[in-house]
Design a binder for this molecule. Structure first.
Ligand SMILES: Nc1ncnc2c1ncn2[C@@H]1O[C@H](COP(=O)(O)OP(=O)(O)OP(=O)(O)O)[C@@H](O)[C@H]1O
Ligand SMILES: [Mg+2]
Length: 257
């Protein structure tokens, strides 16, 4: 199980001029085991910070994050983080990078097959023996996604993993990710600044906005997958979210206080 309760969480960073940067202010929401939650917000709005808190890489300044009733203390292999910048080991081949975490944990069951399967899904089977330095940014991000999926973590925390992909590759990988999620039933928290991506993927959307960053909307979306934005219901979610986002900004532009 992976039920998460984010309770009245605030995060304040020291600022370069010795002031305080209130990045998240009194954030509360819950994630049920098996949810695909998308976190939508503007650049600098605290999305990565929120993901780091759930991963246990940062601690809240106040409030609590509970997983199955227990306070998060540090990172844990059951929660796999896909960072906004792809992080690969430069001297290992693509396939060894993908297999690395599983080898460390001794999860060797059909490992070569799994690695190959996920690299093929990401359109990278020709690059299995390549070194990371020969990959484009979008290719490196896909290798990181393959590595996260091969690890069979109970929870995937994904920080704008498709931001560098072209429209066609993005649509294909989004579809593959949803298919894997539907069959494996892991919990996903997926950060994006793309409203359509948030709507197409999430069964729940958390809208972060304003300064300090607050929740401006929580949307439960029950439409079946695969989704497309021609659907009237999804279009109306889009309108509602955009209207709410504008509300977050009225008289509340992001500026240093
Ligand atoms: N370790 C840190 N120390 C100080 N300030 C930080 C730190 N991490 C983040 N911040 C500040 O927190 C705010 C939110 O940053 P964050 O990276 O969470 O935004 P984001 O929503 O992920 O943005 P983007 O979409 O550009 O990735 C920014 O003002 C940033 O300067
Ligand atoms: Mg970020």
């Amino acid at each position: 199980m992976n039920n998460i309760e984010i309770q009245n969480v605030s995060k304040v960073f020291p600022r370069f001029d010795a002031g305080r940067n209130i990045v998240l202010d009194d954030i509360s929401f819950s994630i049920k085991s098996g949810d695909f939650v998308t976190v939508l917000g503007e650049s600098g709005g605290g999305k990565t910070t929120l993901l780091n808190l759930i991963a246990g890489l940062e601690s809240p300044t106040s409030g609590e994050i509970l997983i199955d009733g227990k306070k998060i203390e540090g990172s844990h292999p059951s929660r796999s983080m896909l960072f906004q910048q792809p992080v690969l080991i430069p001297w290992l081949s693509v396939k060894d990078n993908v297999a690395y975490g599983c080898r460390l944990r001794g999860d060797l069951d059909r490992l070569d097959y799994r690695v190959h399967q996920f690299l093929e899904m990401m359109g990278l089977s020709c690059f299995e023996n390549a070194k990371p330095s020969s990959l484009s940014l979008g290719m490196a991000q896909r290798v990181c996604l393959a590595r996260a999926l091969v690890g069979r973590a109970e929870m995937l925390l994904l920080d704008e993993p498709f931001a560098s992909l072209d429209t066609f590759t993005q649509a294909h990988i989004q579809e593959e990710l949803i298919n894997i999620w539907l069959s494996e039933a892991f919990t996903a928290v997926f950060v994006t600044h793309d409203i359509d991506e948030a709507i197409l993927l999430g069964n729940k959307i958390i809208l972060l906005g304003g300064y300090p960053g607050r929740i401006w909307g929580v949307y439960d979306i029950a439409e079946p997958y695969p989704r497309n934005m021609d659907c009237e219901k999804l279009k109306s979610f889009r309108r509602e979210i955009l209207a709410n986002f504008k509300r977050a900004h009225v008289g509340n532009r992001r500026f240093l206080q």
